[in-house]
Design a protein around this ligand. Structure first.
Ligand code: ZN
Length: 399
């Protein structure tokens, strides 16, 4: 096994190593095995490091079968295997992981100390970090209290120590949760506050975590998934949110503390305007229906439009038959390469609009449905709307 430099000193950012082996994996990806490495492989909830080996990019680092594989963007030009190669870690990425990971220990311990909520899951994501707490409820006050305690531990800048111990020695430490590892157990300790088995990388003192901010939480079955950020992420996300808020303040013409009310007022006035619009549209349709009835002598209404939706045709047909129960109405709209139509009749009539529609649709390879009083459908514009209207009227006469 390669020497794990990230355990000897998590602050190592550059080192030299001998390449023991270089090979392609089953998928053809190039990977190298070194005699010692500061590249942290994915594990324990912490993502892998990236960086450079010689002038090749390290894209991924995985530990498997007792070896650490460094996946490269292209193979190393190895002229002489005895020559050590220079390696550098992407420190910004790694230190971010150290901050998030140590922050997780602190926050999990805070929830444990205050409410005995155990952490049963942990994910270090690109945007946020999540922990799963073994509880069905978490109140705003509890979250705030845990955040306050966690930030107090950061402010006190307590040491973060690591210790390798045996299973027998476990009894000497008040572990927050049981470890899965049985020998060569690595403890991460914040004296007087947290004792936890962990294989990840952490800063040497809690102050380096800088800050912990809880973002949100949600109940999931029998647990609560809580997301938070630490360190630089707090500053970066605060900056992003501030930008958004300033833009919104301008758009809404309201300072931050009045924004919610401003949006509520805006939504209410939109709703009122929509209602008003709906009323006007209904009025216009009623007028249109009356005009159609006037023009066509009240027994049979037929009209052809351009680019009206089937919904509009339906509404108009309903208005016509409501105005005069003795009327049959056939409305067609020419919409690009489609013809849409509605066939309807008033209560006082008896012919089947479904039948008329079905016969008509055969002429234009169409599809549709409905009942004896109201039917609608559409088909191909292989004739004009006027021509189709003539045909419907012929069909209606003979049904
Ligand atoms: Zn850890």
């Amino acid at each position: 096994m390669a020497t794990k430099l990230f355990y000897e000193d998590p602050y190592i950012t550059s080192f030299t190593a001998h390449v023991l082996r270089q090979e392609q994996d089953k998928e053809g990806k190039w990977r190298a095995v070194l005699d010692q490495t500061a590249f942290y492989p994915t594990g324990g909830g912490q993502p892998n490091d990236t960086g450079m080996i010689a002038n090749k990019q390290v894209l991924n680092v995985e530990e498997a079968e007792g070896e650490i594989f460094h996946y490269l963007d292209s193979p190393l030009p190895l002229d002489d295997l005895n020559e050590p190669v220079p390696c550098t870690i992407n420190w910004e990425r790694r230190f971010d992981h150290m901050q998030q990971h140590a922050g997780q220990h602190i926050l999990s311990a805070a929830f444990d100390h205050l409410f005995e909520y155990k952490t049963i899951g942990f994910h270090l994501g690109n945007e946020a970090v999540t922990i799963d707490l073994e509880t069905e409820q978490l109140s705003d006050e509890q979250a705030a209290e845990a955040e306050r305690l966690a930030n107090q531990i950061i402010l006190e800048n307590r040491d973060i120590e690591t210790k390798w111990i045996t299973e027998a020695e476990l009894l000497d430490f008040p572990l927050r949760k049981e470890t899965k590892v049985k020998d060569n157990i690595r403890l991460v300790i914040i004296p007087g506050f947290d004792y936890n088995g962990c294989g990840g990388t952490h800063p040497k003192a809690t102050g380096e975590v800088r800050a912990i901010k809880i973002l949100n939480w949600e109940r999931q079955k029998k647990k609560v998934r809580l997301s938070f950020i630490c360190g630089e992420r707090v500053l970066v996300q605060f900056g992003q949110k501030q930008k958004v808020l300033l833009k919104l303040a301008k758009l809404l013409n309201a300072p931050e503390q009045d924004m919610e009310q401003a949006v509520i007022r805006m939504l209410e006035s939109i709703k009122a305007a929509e209602k008003q619009l709906e009323k006007h549209q209904e009025l216009m349709l009623r007028n249109e229906a009356r005009e159609l009835l006037e023009k066509s002598g009240h027994r049979l209404v037929g009209a052809v439009f351009q680019n009206r939706t089937i919904q509009e045709l339906q509404q108009l047909a309903r208005q016509v038959t409501a105005e005069n129960t003795q009327t049959a109405v056939f409305l067609i709209s020419e919409n690009e390469n489609r013809l849409q139509l509605v066939c309807a009749r008033g209560e006082a009539r008896h012919e089947s609009m479904k039948q008329i529609l079905e016969k008509t649709l055969r002429l234009i390879n169409g599809k549709g449905g409905g009942n004896d009083r109201f039917a609608q459908g559409g088909g191909e514009a292989i004739m004009t709307g006027e021509k189709l209207l003539d045909s419907i009227q012929q069909i209606a006469l003979h049904i």
